[in-house]
Write a protein that binds this ligand. Structure first.
Ligand code: AMP
Ligand code: ZN
Length: 139
């Protein structure tokens, strides 16, 4: 897609440090890493959000995340990784081409878990749990 920075990377118009590539998926180092080895995994085809991806392409992207995680951890001697997708602008997505972050982590990095995303999580009672679960199942 025109004006998409990640499409430009796929097209070879913007330099990057590629760590994996096949016909459908590309993985490269994040230019502003949260940690050494911070890697982005993208579908080559332009789609904005995870829920826009065809199911087979979503599976390919996640399979690549799966296959690369050991390699990323080993390359930078990380104890763990945070694997995350900012899925839509309201969730902090800045580049509108779906990408999974693989962020190397260690006990000493001072980073936070996904649970630190929200300062004031809701208190949900049993009825609300049931209603929300039903709404998701029915969609
Ligand atoms: P997000 O907020 O999830 O959309 O994250 C976008 C990520 O893309 C950020 O972590 C940026 O550092 C990264 N990024 C932006 N431009 C480039 C680029 N040209 N090469 C590598 N990573 C990039
Ligand atoms: Zn794109």
């Amino acid at each position: 897609m025109a004006d998409c920075i990640f499409c430009s990377i796929v097209d070879g118009d913007i330099p990057n440090h590629t760590v994996y590539e096949d016909d459908d998926v590309l993985a490269f180092l994040d230019v502003n890493p949260l940690a050494r080895g911070h890697t982005l995994v993208i579908p080559k085809e332009h789609h904005e959000r995870v829920n826009d991806l065809p199911a087979d392409l979503a599976a390919d992207v996640f399979a690549t995340v799966h296959d690369l995680t050991d390699d990323v951890e080993a390359a930078v001697n990380a104890e763990a990784t945070t694997i995350a997708v900012n899925n839509g602008p309201a969730a902090g997505q800045e580049v509108p081409h779906v990408h999974a972050h693989i962020v190397p982590r260690s006990e000493a990095d001072g980073g936070k878990p996904v649970h630190a995303l929200i300062d004031n999580p809701p208190e949900v009672d049993d009825d609300e749990f049931a209603d929300v679960a039903a709404a998701i199942r029915d969609d």
